[in-house]
Design a protein around this ligand. Structure first.
Ligand code: PLP
Length: 494
């Protein structure tokens, strides 16, 4: 059976998986959702025998039904190879009574690599399958990690160009250095005078600008998106929830069939949405614990049923979660409304109008699996310290937000269900915050020097992704205002 994808907002046009991946976002501004969430068609016994690639194959084929088995296997082979520094791809480590799922062993040491290693292959395969002759231009807004992971994935991929917008003062020095040193003739990196939401809203506008579309078409190009709204990002993220489950069985933490909780440090809601999909597919999941930093829009939403972005935007030490509009929540809203695009469109219109909407009581019932929590800056820092000094295990600030929320949840509820915490970035991506937490006297002005010190204290080797950019040349210096994004794009592509 072919899986059909449609907009969350009511556009009736139907897309196959590969068409949805090329398109990125629906023409009415909605996100693509499958007409039904498939059930897992393998047993937990079978799951526990699979390695990462096999798990990926078995999950992907349920959603990407118009790809041939051969195409999927080839994309998976190209994605999960020695770009990752461990054969396990996503190892699980026990520390402080929780199970950390390390999603940062790819090229750019953040969890975005899990999906962005495969997206370029899914996309170029999709273009071939659909006879697309245009060059594909990837437009991406980043809060820090997506940008570099997308650049690394698409650099020098034939038939593609990639343009990344980042908030010029809203990313860590290492994140910035990673992006502005990116090689590849088809890459373009632009700093925005604004925050991540400004960059994301700006990019969404470009995607739906009819004049720009026409201009692109005339020049033999078309846009697509590598942001987490692309279904080609979401589906590969479902894989590691199945994989983590099978590792816990292997570690004899659970028996097959017993539930596991997942705690996810959340920003744009893509990662935790993938966990929700895994649960809907039949994976035994207890609670989905959604952890926010001080930008706690989602915590408030899960508590009250009201989503309200009207508040101060706070820059924290977990910048990839500094987000007030969690784009992927739209897909959850759609599902809990009983797949009602009219209701979903109505709420999203309110969100873009006065920045706020409230869900119905019926919809609230659909949130039963979720638990929302948040951690402030000092809780985050204390958690990095506690986990390091009690378990000799180093975590980054994003992971620490999740760990803090989970420890609070465990104390409050007494829930003893084994819990996986998504570890979304290497501590070496955020050396300053990590050092401030465990050895404040070692903090210096130079991130690379701090990486050396962190390595001395922790005995964890500095990853190649950091040593490799240390002396790299800066290749991208473009800065523009939000208003000038369109002309900047047109100038670059001319
Ligand atoms: C992107 C990112 C997040 C947030 O993930 P979402 O899917 O946007 O919710 C958390 N931590 C890190 C390190 C990230 O890069």
């Amino acid at each position: 059976m072919e899986m059909i994808y449609r907009s969350t907002r009511g556009d009736k046009k139907e897309f196959t998986a590969s068409q949805a991946i090329i398109h990125g976002i629906a023409d009415d501004g909605g996100l693509f959702v499958p007409d039904s969430i498939p059930e897992m068609d393998f047993t937990l016994d079978e799951l526990c025998l699979m390695d990462y690639k096999e798990t990926a194959y078995r999950v992907l084929r349920l959603f990407l039904t118009d790809y041939t088995d051969e195409e999927l296997r080839s994309c998976i082979e190209k994605a999960y190879d020695d770009k990752f520094d461990t054969k396990e791809i996503a190892p699980v480590k026990e520390a402080s009574g929780a199970y950390f799922l390390e999603l940062y062993h790819g090229a750019t040491i953040a969890f975005k690599d899990m999906a962005l290693s495969i997206l370029p292959h899914l996309m170029t395969t999709a273009a071939k399958k659909n006879g697309v002759k245009n060059d594909i231009v990837i437009l991406t807004a980043t809060s820090g990690d997506t940008g570099k992971a997308a650049l690394a994935g698409f650099a020098d991929v034939k038939g593609t160009q990639i343009i990344v917008f980042y908030p010029k003062d809203g990313v860590s020095p290492i994140q910035k250095k990673q992006m502005v040193t990116q090689k590849g003739d088809n890459t373009f990196v632009v700093g925005i005078e604004g925050n991540f939401d400004d960059a994301q809203t700006g990019v969404k506008k470009l995607f739906t600008d009819p004049e720009l579309h026409k201009w692109m078409e005339e020049h033999g190009m078309q846009f697509s998106s590598a942001n987490s709204i692309n279904i080609g990002r979401l589906v590969p993220q479902i894989v590691y929830y199945f994989y983590a489950y099978s590792r816990l069985v292997k570690m004899s933490v659970i028996k097959k069939g017993e539930p596991v909780n997942f705690t996810v440090p959340t920003g744009n809601f893509g990662n935790i949405l993938a966990a929700y999909y895994a649960s809907r597919m039949g994976l035994p999941v207890g609670k989905l614990i959604c952890a926010s930093n001080e930008n706690k829009v989602l915590y408030d939403f899960f508590g009250s049923g009201t989503y309200d972005r009207n508040r101060e935007f706070i820059l924290t030490s977990s910048p990839s979660m500094d987000i007030l509009i969690s784009s992927n929540l739209e897909r959850l809203i759609y599902h809990i409304s009983g797949n009602d695009p009219v209701k979903c469109a109505e709420l999203m219109k309110k969100l873009s109008g006065n920045g706020k909407y409230e869900i119905t009581d019926d919809m609230k019932a659909g949130l039963e699996k979720f638990y929302g929590g948040f951690a402030n800056e000092s809780e985050c820092s204390r958690t990095i310290k506690d986990v390091f000094f009690t378990s000799k295990y180093l975590i980054d600030p994003h992971t620490a937000v999740a760990a803090s929320v989970y420890f609070g949840y465990r104390d409050k509820t007494g829930d003893a269900t084994p819990t996986v915490i998504d570890s979304t970035a290497s501590p070496y991506k955020f050396t300053k915050s990590v050092l401030e937490a465990i050895a404040p006297d070692k903090v210096s002005a130079d991130d690379f020097e701090m990486a050396d010190r962190l390595s001395e204290i922790s005995n964890v080797a500095i990853p190649e992704a950091v040593t490799g950019i240390r002396d790299a040349k800066i290749l991208h210096t473009c800065i523009c205002s939000v208003e000038d994004m369109k002309t900047t794009v047109m100038k670059r592509l001319s």
